[in-house]
Design a protein around this ligand. Structure first.
Ligand code: FE2
Length: 377
């Protein structure tokens, strides 16, 4: 179950990759009420029930619901008592991403390679076994309180991992066409982008494939900078944002103020039919940022011919951008919590391997209208 995203020109150098990654294994969210969060992601986004851990399975201090849609797996975890890392994380950050888990063939080697290069250990290689085989986990810290867990599951046949049982539910809303994680973006503090770029280069063997400075990503009021980090085969991409000076507060600063530190800003999810997916998500109550209707007046002059009819894109608020290799269609949700922190991007790539630079200005102006309404601009 590899997560295939963009073919990468450097795939031939994969033999030299000291941290070969097979894709994103799962994303774990620490949330205030995992039962309700699971219901939300099933109902609104079309995830399917997969697995459960809690007191009934011998996990006495927390519950976790695992939900899946195609190659996209979310784990939603809530503590059952206060005074532990999970409760503290939720108290400080609100609901948010704790774990960006990466699929590896050898979790012990991944931990050794990364900690030798300066990665701070989060979890020493740990073997979990049940009647379905063995999963080996290990992990390192990244920005803020976020961690990477390396998951080795080649010797496991069970539904998720030891400690979990299959979650059979009578409530099974249909899927919405979400396929896999395209990229996960981190927001870091002032002057912290380059240190974290170096972390991904030195500790994890990633390389910087794209950079945006404050001239690329600025409106009249606020700015940010971003560098996109990719692993060797291109399956895993982590853009890193930091705020930049503007007349008013950057959206990254607002995030840092409300998350109380660095963390995951958005998870971009791929679809093969963005019109169908986004129409369905909106019907189910997912809220998206809207750009002004005037965006569509001249968008085709900018991006050239596209296969889709413009009118459903305009009706749904889907944005279009083009690079040397093709075009992409994308849309951004509003934050999915009360704090203005984590949101989702839905993306359909039609050749383009970039991230929608041509949409940044229209998008950030839309975002600033929301920020202003919250009194944080
Ligand atoms: Fe993105």
């Amino acid at each position: 179950m590899s997560t295939s995203t963009i073919a990468n020109k450097s795939a031939s150098t994969a033999t030299a990759d000291f941290l070969p990654l097979n894709g994103t294994d799962y994303i774990e969210f620490y949330v205030g009420n995992a039962k309700q969060a699971a219901h939300f992601y099933k109902t609104a986004f079309g995830f399917q029930s997969l697995a459960y851990a809690g007191p009934e399975t011998g996990t006495m201090d927390k519950v976790s619901y695992v939900i899946r849609q195609n190659k996209l797996t979310f784990v939603l975890t809530t503590p059952l008592k206060p005074n532990n890392d999970i409760a503290d994380h939720i108290y400080r950050h609100g609901d948010g991403v704790k774990v960006l888990a990466l699929m590896v063939d050898d979790a012990t080697d991944a931990w050794e390679q990364t900690t030798q290069r300066g990665g701070k250990s989060y979890l020493q290689p740990t073997s979990l076994k049940d009647q379905n085989g063995e999963v080996v986990l290990s992990g390192i810290h990244t920005y803020g309180d976020t961690v990477h867990v390396f998951v080795e599951r080649k010797n496991y046949k069970g539904v998720f991992m030891p400690g979990f049982r299959k979650w059979e539910s009578d409530y099974n809303p249909s899927q919405t066409g979400l396929l896999y994680v395209d990229h996960c973006v981190g927001n870091v503090g002032w002057n912290q982008m380059n240190p974290w770029v170096k972390f991904y280069e030195d500790v994890m063997g990633f390389r910087n494939i794209l950079s945006f400075d404050d001239k690329d990503i600025s409106t009249e009021y606020s700015a940010l900078m971003s560098k996109v980090m990719s692993n060797g085969n291109g399956y895993v991409k982590f853009p890193i944002n930091e705020p930049a000076e503007g007349k008013k507060k950057s959206q990254v600063e607002e995030y840092l103020d409300f998350y109380l530190g660095e963390g995951v800003q958005h998870v971009a999810i791929a679809t093969a039919d963005i019109v169908k997916t986004v129409a369905e998500l909106q019907r189910r109550g997912v809220e998206f940022l809207k750009v002004p209707a005037s965006y569509y007046d001249d968008v085709l002059d900018r991006v050239g011919h596209i296969e889709e009819d413009l009118s459903p894109l305009r009706d749904l608020g889907i944005l279009i951008d083009r690079d040397d290799e093709g075009y992409l269609l994308q849309i951004f949700s509003k934050p999915v919590e009360d704090r203005p922190t984590l949101f989702f991007e839905i993306i359909q790539r039609k050749g383009a391997k970039s991230f929608g630079k041509g949409n940044f200005k229209a998008l950030f102006e839309a975002l600033e209208r929301e920020q202003d309404a919250r009194g944080n601009l």
